[in-house]
Design a protein around this ligand. Sequence first.
Ligand SMILES: C[S@@+](CC[C@H](N)C(=O)[O-])C[C@H]1O[C@@H](n2cnc3c(N)ncnc32)[C@H](O)[C@@H]1O
Length: 257
Amino acid sequence: MDQLERVKAEFTRQADQFAAARAVTDAQLTKRFVEAVGAAAQGVILDVACGPGIVSAALAVRAREVIALDITPEMLRKARQRCADAGLDNVTFREGSATDLPFAEGSVDGVVTRLSLHHFPEPRRALDEMFRVLRSGGTFVFADIVSSEQPEESALHNAIEVLRDPSHVRMLPAAELASLVAAAGFTIETETTWDQSREFEEWSGIVDDPERIGPLRTVVRALAGACQHAGIGLSLADGGIVFCHRWHLIVARKSRT
Ligand SMILES: C[S@@+](CC[C@H](N)C(=O)[O-])C[C@H]1O[C@@H](n2cnc3c(N)ncnc32)[C@H](O)[C@@H]1O
């Protein structure tokens, strides 16, 4: 199956659980992201791979306009509903791919994207597109979960993620991520990292597929028991499996030419 079809299939099935998941709707997490966008949040902001519109809705409170783009129609439906429920009328919704953005060069004041890059087989291509549509002097805010800088840990972590969600491609180590953002032309202003505690049952429940998760639970429990922490602190606590997702947030600018 082609990657975009895989993403659409996966996020159509996950839409209800994802839109309500504590780990992504957490108010503090959203606040941290919106604060990183800062003053740029007052113009026209493009939210790439917006999913159920958690970030789009939060930004729309201050922005002149938010354009929420996603490849999965069911996610856009959720985003539309969230914004309508919040009484927001300055969000427009576009179906499209991050690697072929349907916008003119330099047409938006800010580009944001959260939890998306690890679904892109060609992350550089998506970053090039985000750079292209951003106006000169505009702000780019990016956040994703990263993997260990240690290649074997990174590979093990990513294997676990792919087994849970086949539309996952790769969570990059933070250093590789920053290089990629800089290589696309952005000037990085700040980088922030923090850890988010996760429980296997909550994390795996989002994909809502017991047939997939049963064997994965067996493998991950065995890894945790054998002190194979996969760079994410995989361990057993009170009979359950726990780990940490490390977030990396980058605030960057498209320098004026
Ligand atoms: C993990 S969700 C993140 C949603 C949202 N950004 C958030 O942080 O809540 C990933 C989203 O990326 C979308 N996506 C994946 N690949 C995409 C692509 N190439 N173009 C546009 N959207 C894509 C999926 O449809 C899904 O809604």
